[in-house]
Structures are given as C-alpha cells and as structure tokens.
Design a protein around this ligand. Structure first.
Ligand SMILES: Nc1nc2c(ncn2[C@@H]2O[C@H](COP(=O)(O)OP(=O)(O)OP(=O)(O)O)[C@@H](O)[C@H]2O)c(=O)[nH]1
Ligand SMILES: [Zn+2]
Length: 342
C-alpha cells in the first residue's frame, strides 16, 4: 500500500475475461481493468503472474484513479481447483473466505461420501460447516445423517440440519455469518444452495427480484453478482466454478477431514500400507472392530488416488515449464506424491 499511496483498497465482487467489478461498499460495483504485466511497477511479481496469482472474487486489490488495479493484497485463504484441459493448470475460484457451507439434502440425494469429498477439496478455504437441507422432508432423518457423518463430526466439523426455506431454521447458520466474514456455498445440483441464498437474503433479494421483472437488462445483472452482501453482515460468494471442484494435488488428507484415518494408518506395520491385504494393518483392524466405516475408508483411498494423480500431473507440468526456461532440473517426486510427507 505504501508503494501506491493514491490507490484505494477494493474488493473483487465479479470476475470477467476483460476485467473485474470491484466494490468499496456493499452494493457497489465498479468496472476496473487489470494492468497488463508490462505496465506493472517493478517489484510487483513482474512477468511471473501465474493464473492462480491473478485476482479472483473475494480478493482485495488496490485501485488507482478508480479504474485500474495496480496491486493485489495478500489473501488469507483461497479455494482452488485444477482446471480441465490437456495441461495441468490451477484456477483460483474464490479468496479470503471464512466459512464454507457444504450443502447436501436430507432426501434420496444424501451422500456422506460426497460431503467428505467436498470437505477435502475446500480445504484451506475457511471453516467448513455441513448444512443438511430439506430437514422438513417426509422421511428426512437428521439423526441418521449425523450418525453417518459421525467421523466427520468427531473431527470438529459442525453438522446442522435445516429447512432451507424457513428463515427461523436457517438462522442456525448465523454464528458463521457475522459481519465482516465471507462464506461460500458448495454442493451438488438441487442440494438447496439457491434456496438457502434466497432465505439468507430475505427481503432484499425479493426486492431485487421485483426490480428484475420490471426493469431493463442493465439492472438484471446485479442479481448475478458473485459476491453478495447478506443482511446478517457476511458476504456470500456464489460462483459457477464452485460447482465443479477437482483436486489440485495439494490437498492434505489429514487437514481435509481424514485425520482419523491418517492417524490409524500411522500405526500400520508397513509405512506404505495400502490397507488392503497387508498384515498388521491398523485401518482394517478399525473396520473389523466397527470403529471406522469401510465406505469411509474406501472413499479415503479413492480420494487419495485422485489427489496423487493430480500431484503427478502438477509435477509433470512444473518439470516441463522448468526445462523450457532453464536447463532441465529434475522435480523431486515423492513416493507418496506429497512433498514433505512420508
Ligand atoms: N422442503 C424443502 N425444499 C427444499 C429445501 N432446500 C431446497 N429445497 C428445494 O429443492 C429444490 C432444489 O433447490 P435449489 O436451491 O434450487 O438447489 P441448488 O443447490 O441451488 O441447485 P443448483 O442451482 O442446480 O446448483 C428446490 O425445489 C427447492 O425448493 C428445504 O430445506 N426444504
Ligand atoms: Zn494399513
């Protein structure tokens, strides 16, 4: 900030191909451009801006003359994913998030394995809270769902059952949506994310909807803002990228909701135990003792494989990039796929 005394801090509320919309206050949205690399002042990551280093929704940036981003401020947290495509590439979906609401319905769509997957992929993006919607549905069994998520809950992740259409019920989320906090919603299609958003927005959203019906298209776009201030005080980020998360290869299974299984695995006789047929496997012993569910372990192994594949893709990409710029320097690949881990 000292390097740009004339610039103002602004928050990115929407990202486009050509630039950004930023806000200095709730409801504000000003179109700004990002400085091309060659125009940036020295010291600002000159010429080395990786896609994941560009500003994303939720980032704080410095804006000069009210129209140009001249710097990005350090972020507290981020949700990333691997982009689809031939080459490994990371995409930053949202930044500076405090709460991740992992939404899943208490209907036939209820799936603890999918919840575990989301918990792993949003890691590093803030405090996760599992929100089970449709608690009002006939046949919804919040107790059974909580039992199914017992291992997740035991790790300290809050699990709430709500009727997403009922403001009184949704108020249970308020402790995670205080003034100054930022939340994101993840969950499969039909889980109730839009319903939850509408209920959290309450009267304000209804007013917007009314405007949208009678007004020109210019105002219409306000309803698509990716970062929305909520009456409860928090900002809610809802971007399409959030709907399809893919491992970046940097996920840590212990940090991402599998600390219990990783702790068990530490007691296996073989350090590289695959928890299949090996003797002295502590994970299988826990399954046999009934203290760990076999489905959860299977999901852990599946996600670990997916993570490792992404790690390998990432290492290949870095090696290619490296040999393109310098003489080839081998990129160390860990047997486990994770640098710094056994
Ligand atoms: N009764 C009841 N219905 C709900 C609840 N939550 C969501 N629904 C209904 O479930 C359907 C899907 O909800 P949406 O909010 O559209 O789901 P979504 O997660 O936004 O889905 P996508 O936009 O496809 O990602 C809608 O018909 C909602 O009215 C709930 O807690 N109770
Ligand atoms: Zn084992």
């Amino acid at each position: 900030m000292a390097a740009h005394p004339a610039a103002q801090p602004r928050r990115v509320v929407e990202q486009h191909r050509s630039g950004y919309l930023v806000a200095g206050a709730p409801g504000e949205a000003v179109a700004v451009e990002s400085l091309p690399d060659w125009l940036r002042r020295s010291g600002y990551r000159k010429g080395t801006i990786a896609p994941e280093d560009r500003a994303a929704v939720g980032d704080w940036v410095l804006v000069e003359d009210g129209k140009r981003i001249v710097a990005m401020l350090p972020r507290r947290s981020a949700i990333k994913r691997a982009a689809a495509g031939e080459h490994y590439k990371q995409q930053l979906i949202a930044a500076n998030i405090d709460t991740v609401l992992v939404v899943c319905g208490l209907d036939s769509d209820f799936n603890p394995r999918r919840i575990e997957r989301y918990l792993l992929l949003v890691q590093g993006g803030g405090t996760p809270v599992v929100v089970l919607t449709k608690a009002d549905h006939a046949g919804a069994d919040a107790g059974a769902a909580r039992t199914a998520l017992g291992e997740v809950a035991a790790l300290g992740v809050a699990v709430l059952a709500v009727n997403a259409r009922d403001p009184a019920s949704v108020a249970a989320l308020h402790p995670w949506l205080g003034t100054g906090t930022t939340a994101v919603l993840v969950g499969s299609s039909g889980a109730g994310k839009s319903t939850l958003t509408n209920t959290l927005l309450g009267i304000e959203r209804m007013r917007t909807a009314a405007v949208r019906d009678t007004d020109d298209r210019g105002r219409h776009t306000t309803t698509h803002r990716a970062l929305i201030p909520l009456p409860a005080g928090a900002c809610l980020i809802d971007t399409p990228g959030m709907r399809e998360l893919k491992p970046t290869g940097e996920e840590d299974l212990a940090e991402g909701g599998f600390a219990d299984i990783e702790a068990l695995a530490a007691d296996c006789r073989f350090r590289d135990c695959r928890h299949e047929q090996e003797p002295g496997c502590a994970v299988r012993a826990a399954i046999e003792a009934g203290t760990t569910s076999p489905q959860r372990v299977a999901n852990y192994l599946k996600l670990r494989e997916e993570r490792d594949a992404a790690t390998a893709r990432r290492a290949d990409r870095l090696a290619t990039r490296d040999s393109a710029t310098r003489s080839s320097r081998p990129v160390p690949r860990h047997p486990d796929g994770r640098p710094g881990r056994r």
